[in-house]
Design a protein around this ligand. Structure first.
Ligand code: ZN
Length: 249
């Protein structure tokens, strides 16, 4: 991170799957520097009320967000850009082109995402782009045609170029998607570019020489109202990892 910049994680992503729904728990972060306020990714539609609530608690008016950067146009990262009508929406030109004409019935980049983005007058980029000294967008294609990340000093919001810590640990993308060899190169580039990385579906990782040395703590709570006469049930999943990964291969 640079001296005048800050990253606030609004949603820490989680690598998860379930038998009754697709969780899509993706990372969303607020980045502030030099008077600018950027939202990196916007999450799935279901984040909407929680996202607005978290911004409110931070004292950030949605109208004060000047830029929304979309790492890519999957349903679980790009569904809420319209909540920020004053923001410039930045994404890669290949990503927008695909979103406006997705193949068949793509269940990750649905056609309505491209239609919604078209109404927001998005700004497209062609590759890496420096936004300020020490703040730049990285071209990280593969998971989708135009996946990008945002580097702030030695920290990287990786989008789905790094889905989760396991990808970083084994050195292979678990969801290469559009182009496997591009995804492999982008994973390696992302791991080499920063010492603190926020994957698209996992919590903060600290990296040294391309390897994970520690992971942030994580808690996810799910409340179920399965028994109409009994108390609510709550499942709490926690990963407390002040735990070092130094001994891992
Ligand atoms: Zn994705």
């Amino acid at each position: 991170m640079t001296q005048q910049s800050s990253i606030t994680v609004l949603f820490a992503g989680a690598p998860a799957t379930a038998d009754k729904f697709t969780p899509g728990i993706s990372t969303v972060a607020l980045v502030q520097f030099s008077g600018r306020t950027i939202l990196f990714d916007t999450g799935p539609y279901a984040y909407r009320p929680i996202l607005l609530g978290r911004l409110k608690r931070l004292g950030v008016d949605p109208d004060a967000i000047d830029t929304v950067i979309l790492s890519h146009c999957h349903w679980d990262t790009a569904s809420n850009a319209d909540l920020f009508p004053k923001a410039q929406v930045i994404l890669h030109e290949r990503e927008l082109a695909y979103a406006q004409d997705p193949a068949g019935h793509d269940d990750q980049t649905q056609a309505y995402i491209g239609r919604a983005l078209g109404k927001l007058r998005p700004v497209t980029i062609k590759g890496d782009l420096e936004l300020a000294p020490d703040v730049r967008i990285l071209d990280l294609p593969g998971h989708t045609p135009g996946s990008i990340g945002l580097q702030i000093g030695n920290e990287l919001l990786a989008g789905d170029a790094i889905i989760c810590a396991r990808d970083a640990l084994i050195g292979k993308p678990s969801c290469p998607g559009h182009d496997a060899s591009q995804a492999q190169r982008s994973l390696e580039r992302a791991l080499d570019s920063a010492s603190v990385i926020y994957p698209g579906h996992d919590r903060q990782m600290n990296i040294q020489n391309g390897k994970i040395i520690s992971l942030a703590d994580y808690t996810l709570r799910i409340r179920l109202f399965t028994d109409p006469t009994g108390p609510d049930e709550e499942i709490q999943i926690s990963a407390h990892a002040a735990r070092s990964f130094a001994s891992w291969p």
